[in-house]
Design a protein around this ligand. Structure first.
Ligand SMILES: Cc1ncc(COP(=O)(O)O)c(C=O)c1O
Length: 490
């Protein structure tokens, strides 16, 4: 069977040192300019040898171009990572972000010469506030996790102003993303874990039993990381507010409700967006990203400094005395803001809900086609993603084997072993940008893996078979990465 993204990456790549041939050159410099170099340069700076590879320009160009194709990317094939929302990054976003009118603007440019960019930021603050149902939004944070840190900082500043130093606990459901407890801890809060019920949702009675005057709030992802909408959200937010706490919304899953429901209307006081998930900006290798934070009226004064305001027809930066402080240099990752701004305008107010509708439709199509082949721990209806597990895989083939088998079939694996409340989780999120044909070929590959697990499990235990490296020791690779060339290493 062949699939659209399949490729053979078995060949072991030669390093540039191995490709090197004595005397081969990729440059030409006028000899006379170099003649006196030895006389001009100080003795201490002159090298006797320099062990660099000797290569022609075409060797170098081909080497790096080939290496670049070894990375899997959203432009290459389907990337069904659940919770990470790997949607296509439209090229129009890139074109606008590269427009020299924006990209050449120095961050220290006086505001009177940066009015266009400031207007864009101001409008983006407004658009995101409207989308989320908030009074104000900061574009400062550099990622979702950074947004969480900022949101929790806002909550901390709010209670500090009130002189309420007793509220040191934040309740977090056990289905939450790992960054949630980390953000609490970094803000000096203690985390209290709330167990999910059999439907994979927050147990409201358990929550009510945990609320008291030591609780600063709850951190809730809605829909949660199982893709299940917390349908008791109004009761949850009311209970937390009645107990004097605040509700933090992890907006990483906004893709499921964009243009349809607003977190602010559900009683969420502060929420971060992940622009790369919801608004199609690139994930990058750890950044730069963007995690804007929206807040309700009573939290506006605590947002990070600075923010963009409009006075008459002029845009400028302003600061609040009660702000939690500055959280990064300058003002957010402008190139990312710009890409997301373009994505929002591409849909416009009238069609923005198509994003959520198609994301939910695609996820439910996959769920319907695969539910007879994979076990579903939680039977609740789901929105933009679905979490299967490996408990019914034939011949003890695991989630990891399935992930590796998908690589051989030309697909990026889904998110594996997360959320932690599903043992052997296989978390699939197709997003709105994939066609039915792509989903069908992915479904076919998943079913092919189940059949292979029945008839030839050895094949999956050894997968991936089409890559230069098969199964590295992942712990060793993460803890002791070998990042430099060792000529005699294996
Ligand atoms: C539910 C949830 N919250 C928070 C985050 C953290 O966001 P970021 O990767 O932008 O730091 C993620 C990332 O995958 C997530 O899925």
């Amino acid at each position: 069977m062949t699939y659209p993204g399949m490729r053979d990456l078995k060949l072991k790549e030669e390093t540039l040192f191995e490709v090197s041939r004595p005397g081969r050159k990729g440059y030409s410099l006028p000899v006379e300019d170099l003649a006196d170099a030895e006389k001009i340069l100080p003795e201490g700076l002159l090298r006797k040898d320099l062990d660099l590879p000797e290569l022609s320009e075409i060797d170098v160009a081909r080497h790096y171009t080939r290496l670049s194709t070894y990375n899997f990317s959203i432009d290459h094939g389907f990337y069904p990572l659940g919770s990470c929302t790997m949607k296509y990054n439209p090229k129009i976003n890139e074109k606008m972000a590269r427009d020299p009118m924006f990209s050449n603007l120095h961050p220290e440019t006086p505001v009177e010469f940066a009015q266009g960019t400031l207007k864009l930021m101001y409008d983006m603050q407004k658009m995101l506030s409207e989308i989320g149902g908030f009074a104000a939004t900061t574009l400062n944070p550099s990622a979702g996790a950074h947004g969480e840190y900022v949101g929790l900082g806002v909550i901390r500043s709010y209670f500090k102003k009130k002189g309420d130093t007793k509220r040191t606990k934040i309740i977090i459901p056990d289905s939450a993303h790992g960054t949630n407890p980390a953000s609490c801890t970094l803000n000096g809060f203690d985390v209290v874990v709330l167990e999910s019920n059999d439907a994979g949702k927050v147990c409201v009675d358990c929550l009510k039993g945990m609320l008291n005057d030591e609780v600063a709030g709850i951190m809730l992802t809605n829909p949660n990381t199982l893709g299940v909408f917390e349908s008791d959200i109004l009761e949850i937010t009311k209970a937390v507010h009645d107990a004097g706490g605040l509700v933090y919304g992890d907006g990483a899953n906004m893709n499921a409700i964009l243009g349809i429901a607003r977190p602010g209307d559900m009683g969420i006081d502060v929420l971060h967006y992940n622009l790369h998930k919801t608004f199609s900006t690139p994930h990058g290798g750890g950044g730069p990203g963007s995690g804007p934070v929206g807040v309700c009226e009573k939290l506006v004064e605590f947002l990070p400094n600075p923010f963009v305001v409009k006075e008459g027809d002029t845009y400028k930066f302003a600061n609040s005395d009660l702000s939690m402080g500055m959280v990064r240099s300058f003002y957010g990752n402008m190139g990312i803001t710009l890409r997301a701004y373009v994505y929002i305008l591409e849909y416009g107010k009238q069609y923005i809900s198509d994003i959520a509708k198609n994301a939910v439709l695609n996820a439910n199509y996959i769920k319907a086609c695969l539910k007879d082949y994979f076990h579903l721990k939680y039977k609740s209806d789901t929105l933009h993603e679905v979490v299967f597990d490996d408990s019914e895989m034939p011949n003890h083939v695991t989630t990891m084997d399935l992930a590796k088998g998908l690589i051989d079939r030309g697909f990026h694996p889904p998110t594996v072993y997360f959320p932690l409340i599903v043992h052997g989780a296989i978390m699939i999120e197709p997003t709105e940008t994939e066609s039915k044909e792509t989903l069908d070929s992915f479904i076919e590959a998943m079913i092919d893996i189940v059949n292979t697990a029945k008839t030839n499990p050895e094949n999956l235990l050894k997968a991936p078979l089409n890559t230069a490296i098969s199964r590295p020791d992942e712990t060793l690779a993460a803890r002791k990465p070998v990042l430099k060339y060792c000529p005699n290493a294996d």
